[in-house]
Write a protein that binds this ligand. Structure first.
Ligand code: MG
Length: 255
């Protein structure tokens, strides 16, 4: 059989095509080899955590903002305006007239605050050594003399007032100091003002876990159910509930 040159070229092209086709097919069925696992594959070096010098005996770590070091109320103001009317004495300050707030505003943070119920045991239930720490000016971690003083569980020391009772009662005696370490994640809101993610709080009372990453239902309400309203950064506020509760060694780390 005689083939024209054009036919010869076509046949050659067909043969080449078949060849490359079978080659592609062969590659497709070949299982890719998994990379060889080595320890370094799961070791990440960047970013390197920055260095923080921890404080000794509850002192502020090197990156904390000191809100009260024992001397003055420079970081605080009266909520009603002007200077606070809370007395500083012996390295502590005591609840005076009116609520107070930090001058600075915060979002997510780690707060260390020490407090003492009045030495003189007076009153019962919510009337004994009542104050409170309002995170972002809205969400109260209750301060109360809960040493041999029954009240509603979600209103005792270490509670998120009227929302979550503390897991345990880790209260020290009225003449002793209590320590709160509070880890707070602020709520986030959508552009239309509705809630995106709720506030979350962890509280250690004298080193004992009393609130384990609870999701707050909204701002603290004395009467009725809480409802979130969009807000941004806000101060830490302390409550004047008419009882001479004292505070000392207050520092905060922004997260
Ligand atoms: Mg209170």
């Amino acid at each position: 059989m005689h083939l024209s040159s054009t036919q010869k070229i076509s046949l050659a092209a067909l043969a080449l095509g078949l060849l490359s086709f079978s080659k592609t097919q062969a590659q497709a069925v070949e299982t890719p080899k998994p990379p060889k696992m080595v320890p370094e594959m799961t070791e990440f070096w960047e970013p390197e955590p920055r260095k923080v010098t921890p404080g000794v005996n509850n002192a502020a770590p090197s990156d904390a903002i000191v809100l009260f070091s024992g001397k003055d109320m420079a970081e605080w103001k009266a909520k009603a305006g002007g200077d606070t009317k809370w007395e500083v004495k012996n390295g502590a300050f005591t609840v005076g007239k009116g609520d107070i707030s930090t001058k600075r505003e915060f979002q997510d943070f780690q707060l260390h605050i020490e407090w003492s119920a009045p030495d003189e045991v007076k009153g019962t239930s919510q009337g004994r050594g009542n104050s409170g720490i309002f995170l972002q000016d809205r969400y109260e971690v209750q301060v109360l003399d809960s040493y041999n003083n029954r009240t509603y569980s979600n209103g005792q020391a270490g509670s998120i007032y009227k929302q979550f009772r503390p897991l345990v009662n880790a209260m020290n005696k009225p003449t002793e100091w209590n320590v709160y370490d509070i880890i707070y994640t602020a709520p986030r809101f959508k552009e239309d003002g509705s809630l995106f993610t709720p506030a979350r709080v962890t509280v250690l009372h004298n080193g004992v876990l009393v609130q384990n990453n609870v999701e707050l239902k909204g701002p603290t309400e004395y009467i009725g159910l809480p409802e979130y309203k969009a807000h941004g950064k806000a101060p830490i506020s302390l409550q004047d509930h008419g009882n001479p509760v004292s505070y000392r060694n207050v520092w905060i780390r922004e997260l």
